[in-house]
Design a protein around this ligand. Structure first.
Ligand code: NDP
Ligand code: OXD
Length: 309
């Protein structure tokens, strides 16, 4: 029995190193040096090649290296009946909350204007809008969205939250389902996307959505690139429907050098860093799940494969 690390596009070594330090008796294989495919019972994955997970007949659990599982679930050749887990950890939640709060403060305290003013040596102070009048709409009220919404409430913003099912979060005006989506958007000045990528949420950040926001709203996408229709963002920015966007995730990552987002004056880019999974912090929960699977128990932090998150 062996644990396979199949991490593509990132260095698997920190994972191998921390897992073997925590349990020196582990048989760890690092893809593509797999050895006998029959040995593999547990796979820790990120952006695995499509169809690859079918090659392991004794696979009992597929663990995402991050909070999102779209990179696993969207594989049309995913082996059936194998549980999929994701990371839930306070280090991810804290990092995401900090990132979004920083982006919201940066925008609502007019920092983009002051950076532009500085470049032209302009001294032009302005009172920021009172926070209670700035509607921050958080799409997705799960582990990350709920904590982010609470952090924004604590700072005095008017916080609106939208989810699939009803939620109650102190200080947050909550909305759910497509029927209430327009109402949620119509009160939002800063839209934060923290949804999982599913067939229902793919492309949800589109021109129609942007038109329903308060005029000149600001977009923060920290979920997945495929939530956003990229051409629609350019149109919305160029027509003043949106005043700007902070993007951490993209349809193609790394963002290609010739992509128009790089040079757009109203777009701020970060390279998928809003909440990085720290192997040191998260390895114990991966090992816990490996142990559970070997003992015939259900792994924790399992996702609902029907729902897609
Ligand atoms: P959760 O699964 O805990 O929460 C998902 C939330 O989205 C839930 O509130 C859910 O509603 C809501 N939701 C799902 N589908 C719909 C829908 N069709 N309509 C309305 N609401 C919907 O996820 P997390 O908070 O842990 O993570 C969210 C996403 O953030 C991840 O899937 C990942 O893609 C992204 N992420 C990005 C990172 C980065 O570095 N950029 C880092 C980590 C995560 P309900 O509660 O009703 O089920
Ligand atoms: C995640 C991510 O899903 O880093 O954890 O995007």
């Amino acid at each position: 029995m062996a644990l396979l690390i199949m991490i593509v596009g990132e260095d698997p070594e920190p994972w191998r190193s921390v897992l073997s330090r925590l349990d020196p008796s582990l048989d760890i294989r690092v893809w593509p040096q797999v050895g006998d495919v029959e040995d593999i019972e547990f796979a820790l994955v990120w952006n695995h090649p499509r169809g690859e997970l079918r090659k392991y007949p004794n696979l009992r659990c597929i663990a995402s290296m991050g909070a999102g599982v779209d990179h696993i679930i969207w594989d049309p050749e995913l082996p059936e009946g194998v549980p999929v887990t994701r990371v839930v950890h306070e280090s991810l939640t804290r990092s995401m909350t900090e990132y979004v709060i920083h982006a919201v403060l940066d925008h609502s305290r007019d920092m983009e204007k002051y950076r532009r003013d500085q470049a032209r040596k302009i001294w032009d102070p302005k009172f920021p809008r009172p926070r209670k009048d700035v509607g921050v709409g958080v799409m997705g009220l799960g582990e990350l969205g709920a904590a982010t919404a609470i952090g924004l409430v604590e700072l005095g913003y008017r916080v609106l939250g939208w989810s699939r099912t009803p939620k109650e979060i102190m200080g947050v005006e909550t909305f759910w389902g497509m029927e209430q989506f327009s109402h949620f958007l119509s009160q939002t000045d800063i839209l934060v996307c923290l949804l999982p990528l599913t067939p229902q949420t793919e492309g949800i950040l589109n021109l129609e959505t942007f038109r329903r926001l308060r005029p000149g709203a600001f977009l923060i996408n920290v979920a997945r690139g495929r939530h956003l229709i990229e051409e629609d963002l350019i149109v919305a920015l160029d027509q003043g429907i949106l005043s700007g966007a902070r993007l951490d995730v993209f349809e193609v990552e790394p963002l290609p050098a010739d992509h128009p987002f790089w040079d757009h004056p109203k777009i701020q880019i970060t390279p998928h860093v809003s909440s990085l999974t720290e192997p040191e912090a998260v390895a114990p929960q991966i090992l816990e799940n490996y142990g559970r699977v070997l003992r015939g128990l259900e792994p924790v932090n399992q996702v609902d494969l029907q729902r897609g998150y």
